[in-house]
Design a protein around this ligand. Structure first.
Ligand SMILES: [Zn+2]
Length: 383
């Protein structure tokens, strides 16, 4: 081996260098925050930056503001874009410890939910808000092999129905107590609901009274329900994340190691899902809003023609559920498939099966579990 001229071996075999090879001594800073001594521009203990007096100028201040928004925004947008078009990529980077170039999962989730709710409000889509009687749909026993779960489903449904009924009679009781003072009822026990015009006024006889009170209670219940569920529906969707993550964790038990990794993947999937929902709602509702045209409904028509025509319908609904569910799977399955491939390098047929299973479980979690939980919680919390 040829030894370069500049390197001289001493007896102890230590290497010595010519003075010109030695780099200038690095400047050592003392961190103003944690008093740690370090070389470089950023404290390697707490992350504080080296302080210079010019940072106190107004110019620097404004520069920083613009920088913050620009970088932050471009970072979040870049992450959303990658997460949408390269499923699993951001998750993989995150799990491999490459995190600085992308928005953090929690940050990403929060920004996406803000975009989502501003978006759907602007578009006027209310599909994600359940109505009171949605509790009757998407039960476990709707899935062929889970028919035996019927008694459990019916028990849950009748519990919710009873809750709704009780709440309505509670309101009706309140109404009849406040409206029975004799001053309001005439001698025959009836009630005049007087309007400004006599022709618009309404007389309710004593016999009609219970029906009238019950109807009014129903209307009040509905109003109360829809005003509070809109708020809960918006804010509680993250509740399914831990369940989704638990399911993914179970599926990839050998490959994932940590539940937290499954949570990260679920958050990234949810961010994708919110974006898809927003875009598809825009395609569907904006033509109605702007041109009173339902052109947007033809967006999914090709799928309907192919998978839900007379011939294919039985097979499709066996594999993918009703067409409403299928329209979700169309967007979810490819994302899962690519993400799982990228993260776990699963064999294609296994991957296909797992992506399909995950999508169907996720659909059930949203429509079968979360919706019912939301309805129950909303009625329970009403007063
Ligand atoms: Zn420090």
């Amino acid at each position: 081996m040829k030894i370069p001229e500049t390197v001289i071996f001493t007896k102890n075999c230590l290497m010595e260098y010519k003075v010109s090879d030695v780099k200038p001594a690095v400047q050592i800073h003392t961190c103003r925050n944690c008093k740690h001594q370090f070389a470089g521009k950023i404290c390697n203990q707490c992350g504080e930056k080296v302080f210079e007096e010019k940072q106190l100028t107004a110019k620097h201040f404004f520069h920083q503001v613009i920088d913050f928004f620009y970088h932050w925004e471009s970072k979040v947008l870049k992450t959303i874009k990658l997460n949408t078009f390269k499923p699993g990529f951001i998750t993989k980077q995150n799990l491999n410890g490459i995190r600085v170039p992308y928005a953090k999962p929690v940050q990403l989730y929060l920004v996406m939910s803000i975009i989502f709710f501003l978006g759907v409000t602007k578009i006027g889509s209310k599909d994600y808000i359940p109505t009171m009687f949605d509790y009757q749909y998407y039960s476990l026993s709707d899935y062929g092999f889970l028919k035996w779960a019927k008694p459990a489903d019916e028990a849950i449904e009748s519990r919710i129905f009873k809750m709704i009924n009780d709440k309505q009679s509670e309101i009706a009781d309140g109404l009849s107590k406040t409206s029975t003072p004799n001053s309001k009822l005439d001698t025959a026990g009836g009630l005049w609901l007087k309007s400004r015009l006599v022709t618009d006024s309404l007389y309710i006889t004593k016999a009609q009274m219970p029906v009238y009170i019950n109807n009014t209670a129903g209307k009040i219940l509905n109003l109360k329900f829809s005003s509070s569920i809109a708020t809960y529906g918006k804010s509680l969707i993250f509740l399914i994340l831990p369940f989704m993550a638990a399911f993914i964790f179970l599926l990839f038990f050998k490959k994932i190691k940590y539940y937290g990794s499954a949570l990260t993947l679920s958050v990234h999937f949810m961010v994708y899902n919110m974006l898809v929902y927003l875009v598809t709602s825009a395609i569907f509702y904006l033509p109605i809003k702007w041109f009173h045209s339902n052109a947007g409904s033809y967006f999914m028509a090709p799928f309907e023609w192919i998978f839900y025509n007379k011939i294919t319908e039985p097979v499709s609904s066996f594999v993918f559920g009703q067409s409403f569910e299928f329209m979700h799977l169309v967007f979810w399955m490819p994302w899962f498939f690519i993400a799982f491939k990228r993260l776990f390098n699963t064999v294609w047929w296994k991957n296909l099966l797992i992506s399909w299973l995950c999508s169907r479980v996720f659909f059930y979690l949203i429509f079968g579990v979360l919706k019912k939980a939301l309805i129950t919680f909303t009625i329970w919390s009403m007063h």
